[in-house]
Ligand binder design. Structure first.
Ligand SMILES: Nc1ncnc2c1ncn2[C@@H]1O[C@H](COP(=O)(O)OP(=O)(O)OP(=O)(O)O)[C@@H](O)[C@H]1O
Ligand SMILES: [Mg+2]
Length: 648
């Protein structure tokens, strides 16, 4: 079992003691949440553990050979290679093992006689083989496809270049690679920020059967409850352990605070009491002894420190300037990336005062649509009209890209509103929890939550009548999230937003635009209505599917243009994939027949070790071919169905 030991870790930034004498032990059985409000030092602590930040004092020891993998909160830069190649690079460390294995094998085949040295080599070979067998190395192809699928990638995505994916999807690629590395300890910094519900559920199950330990940062209570059994909390520089679920920790924490406040009040009464006694009898000779003893008593009391109240941001959006009733009118809007069509014939009329939540699985084009509406993307066809007197505020999903790393917080907000007075900006920054010298911090060193706060603040500087928000709650701690929700509830302008936070949609949305493989559908009602309608629709579809089993009774349904386009796109992709898979099967079958041939040679089948090795390789090749054939089977069935549908 691997163990990682933190001893007396401290780190200060200027006046601020971020981490104070932290000691803790984390091992391969640890399943813990790392908690704390925005800016409490969670990401910093993870970076210290992985060695990318040097603490002022303290040491970290880990068991020799213990593999620790870390996924940062943001800012991943992937190499210029395909998704598959990137994921496969998780197995890079095996290249040396394979080289060593081949080398030993050739040494063994050359050596004529039995010796101590050949014994040692055989032993090493055995342990290498064992390691390779248990590490998924031979099944890496199937493993890569399984993890890519779990994280929401389509089979055809695996050959796309990493740089073609959006920031959030690149983070998923990085997460996939780390999972494939199968480290002894996983350190994941807010992975839930870029995962939709399906992918979260998948990661949840994956972690539940994970063999190693992990430390997770997340603001998703449900996810943490399901995956962890203790909480390590950073609070005012201290790291404290709370056994049990995250919800239990929250309750315990509340209770602790209450008790601390009570003890503080109690102590205050006691101190006042003693002080007044001393004051009263200070000059009375007859009481000198008692006074002395009270003074000593007072000196012995260790004053209870109340934590600063947990601060939360506080703000309201400025009143929206006047606009006409029509905000946006989209007609037959189409958008593709290469031959991948994301938005198909979208028609949408946004009216003044609408609060539209854009919902749907990842990859359905939510961010793409917001970018088009916010005029950050003009590469589309169809028409998009914007009403009169519209002014827009836009919160990008990728806050890193929307802030300038070379500026300080103050310069960043000043650049957005050059006419604002310094004291006005200072007071606004204060309500966003940037006090005193904080405002001179460089944007580049801010925590995830702090960056989100700066981006929100920039929107507040100009009164707008349309707010376009792409996942604004990512990175925010629970208290900050609540404040944003309250401010948005009071906002009187038009709101278009994407959020995975069900609470947000429930409280804010008056309409829901649902994007799916079948195109876009506007539900003119709130979240309750939307879920009810969606449920009804699914029931209806299931019913239709059942009836479709007897096709001659039910004539073929007429496909609309949108559906036909989608099917044609899908068909093209499937046909490309089919060719690729058939080629791969060909190659693998060549390898398999070569292996069979080798096994039929007397010098191989009569050598126990070689025969066992060849048999293992044959087994792996067969597994791999079987996997590919299964995929091919599924593909051909889908191809036939689509061809039938569009009657090619
Ligand atoms: N080089 C630096 N100089 C000064 N302050 C820094 C530096 N690096 C980080 N900080 C500050 O240290 C604090 C802790 O940052 P960290 O990223 O660890 O927070 P966090 O707990 O991960 O927050 P979040 O929940 O927002 O991700 C923040 O206030 C950040 O601005
Ligand atoms: Mg962080």
């Amino acid at each position: 079992m691997g163990t990682l030991q933190l001893q007396n870790i401290s780190l200060s930034y200027g006046e601020r003691d971020l981490l104070i004498n932290i000691s803790s032990t984390i091992d391969t059985n640890t399943k813990a949440a790392l908690a704390g409000i925005n800016g409490s030092g969670k990401s910093t602590l993870l970076k210290i553990i992985t060695g990318s930040i040097e603490p002022d004092t303290g040491t970290i020891h880990s068991t020799k050979g213990m593999l620790v993998s870390y996924l940062p909160q943001s800012g991943i830069v992937l190499k210029a290679r395909s998704l598959y190649e990137e994921l496969e690079s998780a197995f890079d460390s095996f290249v040396n093992l394979i080289k060593r294995k081949n080398h030993i094998e050739s040494l063994l085949s050359e050596s004529q006689e039995h010796s101590k040295q050949t014994d040692n080599l055989l032993e090493e070979l055995n342990s290498l083989e064992e390691h390779l067998l248990y590490s998924n190395y031979y099944q890496r192809e199937a493993k890569i496809l399984q993890i890519a699928k779990g994280l929401g990638f389509n089979p055809e995505d695996t050959h796309r270049q990493c740089k073609e994916f959006s920031g959030g999807w690149q983070m998923r690629i990085a997460l996939g690679k780390i999972l494939l590395e199968q480290p002894d300890l996983l350190l994941l910094d807010e992975p839930t920020n870029y995962l939709d519900v399906e992918a979260r559920v998948w990661l949840n199950h994956y972690l539940n059967q994970y063999h190693g330990g992990y430390l997770l940062v997340s603001h998703d209570r449900y996810f943490l409850d399901e995956t962890t059994n203790e909480v390590l909390e950073l609070f005012h520089g201290d790291l404290k352990r709370y056994p049990g679920t995250y919800s239990a920790y929250e309750k315990k924490k509340e209770l602790e605070l209450e008790q601390l406040k009570k003890a503080y009040e109690q102590q205050k009464i006691e101190i006042d009491h003693i002080e007044s006694f001393i004051e009263r009898f200070r000059y009375k000779a007859s009481k000198a002894k008692q006074v002395q003893s009270r003074i000593k008593q007072l000196e012995k009391i260790v004053p209870i420190q109340l934590p600063f109240e947990t601060k939360s941001l506080r703000f309201t959006f400025p009143a929206p300037p006047h606009s006409g009733n029509d905000i946006f009118r989209l007609e037959n809007l189409n958008k593709s990336y290469g031959d991948h069509q994301v938005i198909v014939d979208l028609n949408l009329h946004v009216q003044k005062g609408d609060r539209i939540a854009i919902s749907g699985k990842n990859g359905m084009g939510k961010t793409t649509l917001l970018n088009i509406l916010a005029e950050r993307d003009s590469q589309f066809t169809g028409s998009k009209n914007r009403g009169a007197g519209i002014s827009m505020g836009y919160f990008a999903q990728d806050t890193d890209a929307s802030l300038n790393d070379n500026l300080t917080i103050f310069e960043e907000v000043e650049a957005t509103s050059p006419s604002a007075r310094v004291h006005q900006l200072r007071s606004l920054l204060g309500s966003f929890l940037f006090h005193g010298d904080d405002i001179n911090k460089s944007v580049s060193i801010l925590s995830g939550g702090e960056k989100s706060r700066v981006s929100l603040l920039k929107i507040l500087l100009q009164p707008v009548n349309v707010l376009i928000l792409d996942e604004p709650t990512n990175h925010l701690d629970l208290a900050s999230k609540d404040m944003l929700l309250r401010a948005l509830e009071d906002y009187r302008g038009t709101l278009l937003f994407v959020s995975h936070d069900i609470d947000f949609i429930k409280h804010l949305a008056t309409k829901i635009l649902y994007l799916s493989e079948e195109g876009a559908e506007l539900f003119e009602g709130d979240y309750e209505y939307f879920s009810w309608k969606l449920n009804q629709k699914q029931l209806l579809e299931e019913e239709e599917k059942k009836q479709e089993i007897t096709p001659e009774v039910h004539p073929k349904r007429q496909l609309d243009r949108q559906e036909r386009n989608r099917l044609k796109n899908r068909l093209r992709t499937l046909q490309k994939d089919e060719t690729r898979i058939l080629e791969e099967i060909d190659v693998k079958e060549g390898i398999l027949s070569d292996l069979h041939h080798q096994l039929s040679l007397p010098e191989n089948y009569s050598n126990g070790l070689k025969a066992a090795k060849l048999n293992k390789e044959i087994e792996n090749a067969e597994i791999s071919i079987e996997g590919l054939s299964l995929q091919w089977d599924e593909m051909t069935t889908e191809i036939e169905e689509i061809q039938l549908d569009i009657e090619l």
